[in-house]
Design a protein around this ligand. Structure first.
Ligand SMILES: [Zn+2]
Length: 155
């Protein structure tokens, strides 16, 4: 996806939240507390609430965006920059392009994304990353249930 397509498709934070929310719901969310898989979306908390126990999973939790205060659109813009740019660029250049005041959060985000994306080939797109990458979005429900049942058999 080039920059223009990105801007058209994701003009604001709300459109980015909606996109990530839908992707995560399609993948399935597992409650950390009770391993329930049915969740309701809480728009004002930007979280999924477990239907069984009420535990909340934030939209960023379990993804590469976890514990970051940067907006989801900032993350998605940076992914688009990385995939749309052939040559590498510095974190300070990224900070300038994003118009961010503080360097440190931009540096940390860039470092995490480079680590996650570095293992993939150059044709990596935003769709690939968001839809398929476990490091970005967290493991899918199916994958988690599989690994849990494997552990279960060992006991
Ligand atoms: Zn629960």
């Amino acid at each position: 996806m080039n920059i223009i397509n990105f801007i058209n498709r994701f003009p604001d934070e709300a459109s980015c939240i909606e996109y990530i929310k839908v992707q995560r719901m399609q993948q399935g969310i597992i409650c950390k507390k009770c391993t329930g898989i049915k969740h309701y979306w809480l728009e004002n908390k930007l979280s999924f609430q477990c239907a069984s126990c009420g535990f909340r999973t934030s939209i960023k939790s379990g993804t590469v965006m976890q514990s970051s205060n940067l907006s989801i659109r900032t993350w998605m813009t940076t992914i688009t920059f990385i995939t749309a740019t052939k040559k590498g660029f510095s974190a300070s250049e990224l900070q300038r392009q994003l118009g961010m005041k503080r360097y440190e959060p931009v540096f940390r985000m860039y470092h995490k994304l480079r680590k996650v994306m570095g293992q993939r080939d150059e044709r990596y797109s935003l769709e690939d990353l968001v839809e398929y990458d476990e490091a970005f979005m967290g493991k899918s429900t199916k994958a988690k249930i599989r690994s849990q049942s494997k552990r279960g058999r060992g006991i």
